[in-house]
Design a protein around this ligand. Structure first.
Ligand code: C5P
Length: 210
């Protein structure tokens, strides 16, 4: 079983890289952020509070019931809710087994798994065969997210809002005590500020293939 761990901050391109690597090697892919997003969204929909442990734990227990293709999962407000529930250790504990099980027994009988998130290389799969920590300047990440949502016609105000939201989420994800966002000691660092996805993919392939 081969496990590839991809970690990095919001909008760094880790999801795109993970999907491309999974397709290339024919491995299963798990977007672990989607699990936290599902918990955050469920809490909001149930009228609960994302910083309330009991509300978040109840939602985490039912994460398997959430449709992971729900477009509402992808909004920045769901991202913010996800990062709040993700700071609660009991929530992380509930999602841990699901993620480890996916890595140990990738669905579809695949020979490997690619997991992307914040703590895959440090906590979920510390024994992963390959670890990549992908970063980019926060301005670059905000610009990419802005273009993704609004195309070339977005208003400058919208860019500023996205930038502020990403800064806030980075701050929360890096400074929480439970599994903070940080590179594993044995992770390869990949800065994508000045690279497009194809160049990042090629670089990741050369790191993996040694
Ligand atoms: O990667 P994505 O933006 O979808 O993640 C949403 C939020 O979920 C992150 O801001 C982070 O707080 C949390 N998360 C996490 N650990 C992971 C994946 C995501 O704490 N492995």
């Amino acid at each position: 079983m081969t496990v590839i761990a991809i970690d990095g901050p919001a909008a760094s391109g880790k999801g795109t890289l993970a999907r491309k690597l999974a397709a290339h090697f024919d491995y299963a892919h798990l977007d672990t952020g989607a699990l936290y997003r599902a918990v955050g969204l469920s809490v909001l929909r149930a009228g609960g509070r994302t910083d309330n442990e009991a509300d978040a734990v109840a939602a985490a227990g039912k994460v398997a019931e959430v449709d992971l293709t729900d477009p509402e999962l992808r909004t920045e407000s769901t991202g913010a809710a996800a990062s709040k529930v993700a700071a609660i250790p009991a929530v992380r504990q509930i999602l841990l087994d699901y993620q480890r099980d996916f890595a140990a027994h990738p669905p579809g009988g695949k020979a490997g798994a690619v997991l992307d998130g914040r703590d895959i290389g440090t906590v979920i799969c510390p024994e992963a065969d390959h670890k990549i920590f992908i970063t980019a300047d926060v301005e670059t990440r905000a610009k990419r997210r802005f273009l993704e949502i609004f195309g070339e016609d977005g208003a400058p105000d919208e860019y500023e809002i996205i930038l502020a939201e990403l800064r806030e989420r980075d701050e929360r994800d890096m400074n929480r005590s439970a599994a903070p966002l940080k590179p594993a000691e044995d992770a390869h660092l990949l800065d994508t500020t000045n690279s497009d996805i194809e160049a990042v993919f090629q670089k990741a392939l050369s790191l993996i293939n040694g």
